[in-house]
Design a protein around this ligand. Sequence first.
Ligand code: FAD
Length: 400
Amino acid sequence: MAGLTAAQSLREEGWDGPITVAGAEPHVPYDRPPLSKQVLAEDWDAQRIAFWPEGLALKLDVELLLGRRAVSLDAAAHRVRLADGEQLEYDRLVIATGAHARSLPNVPELDGVHLLRSLDDALALRADLARASRLVVVGGGFIGAEVASSARARGLEVVVVEALELPLVRVLGRRMAAACARLHMESGVVLRCGDGVSAIEGGGRVEAVRLRDGTAVDADAVVIGIGCAPTTAWLDGSGVHVEDGIVCDAHGATSQPGVYAAGDVARWHNDFLGATARVEHWTNAVEQGRAVAQAIVHGDGATRFESVPYFWSDQHGVKLQLAGVPHPDDEVHVVENDESARKLVALYARDGMLTGVLGFGRAGAVARMRQMLQRRATLQEALEAASKPTAPKLLRVSTH
Ligand SMILES: Cc1cc2nc3c(=O)[nH]c(=O)nc-3n(C[C@H](O)[C@H](O)[C@H](O)COP(=O)(O)OP(=O)(O)OC[C@H]3O[C@@H](n4cnc5c(N)ncnc54)[C@H](O)[C@@H]3O)c2cc1C
């Protein structure tokens, strides 16, 4: 996402030199969010999730090298080496190698055990879901929750195993994590929280997931959804500073001249946060792809990166959206809660300042609050805005 967006934005910003995009995957570049949603639940195919419309690469005069993995970077010589031995020379380099899914230690080689990051992963998982009746999802984060939702839509029995007391509790805090857990339970997902996996068992094919408390959960398919790690191993020895992602300034520049990074792989300085952060969300990848193109074309004249983190997730027919960086211990003010329509807006606050907004099915309210976060609104201002007639209907205001 970040790489293609940078390429397209470079053209929009007036870059008229050659642009080459080298990607490890053989597929026409595709959008990743549908992999855990429509590709699993509604059998969407690769064409439907293409990131660029057909012909755009040609129109932009961007050369796409598909199935071509970069294996090393010689930053002094301005050269990237590909797995087939070809060397690509550059004036400017944008690294957008994303992240890869983490696995559990000592997972045996069994059919039916999946990670989910790529289209190939999603197609392999879908093929298994079509013949399975019992799925265990290890990890109740956003990807695990979406896989659980898609598998329920296909009629499977689904158990989510989550090490913490509630899925997402470290992101949303206890009260809103409980609201998300309710979505699962109302849709028939069984949650096994506060327990970890001690073994994945089977002979040839997976048969069960053994939990630390000794119980076994039967499974025909297992998805391990415990997060991802930035794909930086190929940069070893390049001199690019990596520390849980490629460390970048507020224009995406790395420690090496002419080398930039963007998206899941990058740890940018974000003026909104006043710190560097690695953000694994689609909107961040697109925003940084655009910002890095501006930095390359306009140099120090480009705007510094100052963005309120935002993402969405589709679960059990509800669109969840979170903007900001709430801390799990922040105050929560629920300004709208229509349980029958499964619509909710919750504001997070600390020391009188708005820190985040969570919405279920309330895109307009979340967008408005994201703008307020960007302007560093106080909680009082946000509560007043939420209660205005143009804002979402005020059903209940409660705090804890
Ligand atoms: C299943 C799934 C669902 C998601 N759903 C949502 C959602 O609902 N909302 C949301 O906000 N975010 C979602 N995300 C996150 C979002 O998709 C990512 O934040 C986004 O894709 C990051 O874009 P990127 O360009 O940084 O990395 P990627 O999209 O991962 O792209 C990196 C590319 O680099 C390639 N690559 C890796 N190493 C090399 C190499 N050495 N040489 C050449 N190419 C290489 C990879 O093959 C990949 O194609 C989801 C992610 C997944 C996996």
